[in-house]
Design a protein around this ligand. Structure first.
Ligand code: HEC
Length: 175
């Protein structure tokens, strides 16, 4: 995974240096592809994308190939948002050095990873925490036997799971 990120970043920076070396026409702002309209009602779009710094930038840069709601199909950690943005750059998204951190901050804050440990499925627990399927199954089995989790300490009681991984994402946990 590290390697993949490094490769994507390397590709991204290689792209950058090529465009910097590309000559004077590159210093002009990237050609503005117009954002695609959303198929959603405005209030629904506002619910998916809460007001905040970076919302306009994100729409301007990210909604040119697909409508903005496509972005909200994911809730993930900052690290994973970084990976998504890099993957979009590889696909051809024009993200300037100035816009990159603005978009990343907005997405990390507006669409964070949230895992409700009392309602999440085995698959959601597994992918959300990045744990083994056996661990996700153990959490669900414990929940079925003992009722809802109320705290991180409750989760710690699930036997034989890699609790460290759960603790790493504790800010994502909802009860
Ligand atoms: C150059 C075109 C392009 C731009 C610009 C672009 N994307 Fe994408 N994006 C794609 C393509 C192609 C897909 C995959 C096909 C699809 O699902 O529509 C995709 C899919 C996605 C998905 C869904 C991934 C999934 O789970 O299937 C997310 C999230 C996303 N893009 C976020 C972004 C963000 C954030 C930005 C702005 C940094 C962005 N996109 C800008 C082309 C683009």
């Amino acid at each position: 995974m590290r390697l993949l990120i490094a490769m994507v970043v390397a590709t991204w920076s290689a792209g950058l240096s090529v465009s910097i070396a590309g000559g004077p026409q590159q210093s002009a702002p990237p050609a503005a592809a117009s954002p695609m309209p959303s198929a959603l009602a405005p209030e629904e779009l506002n619910r998916l994308f809460p007001a905040g710094p970076g919302r306009d930038t994100t729409f301007r840069v990210c909604a040119t190939c697909h409508p903005p709601e496509k972005i909200a199909t994911r809730h993930q950690t900052r690290e994973d948002w970084e990976e998504t943005i890099n993957a979009m750059v590889v696909r051809g998204a024009k993200v300037s050095d100035d816009d990159y951190p603005v978009i990343l901050e907005y997405l990390a804050a507006a669409l964070p990873l949230l895992i409700n440990v009392n309602t999440a499925t085995v698959e959601e627990l597994q992918s959300g925490f990045g744990i083994k399927r056996a661990d996700a199954l153990a959490i669900v089995a414990y929940r079925e036997q003992n009722g809802k989790f109320a705290s991180l300490d409750d989760l710690k009681k699930v036997p034989n799971i890699e609790f460290k991984r759960i603790q790493m994402k504790k800010e994502a946990i909802r009860f």
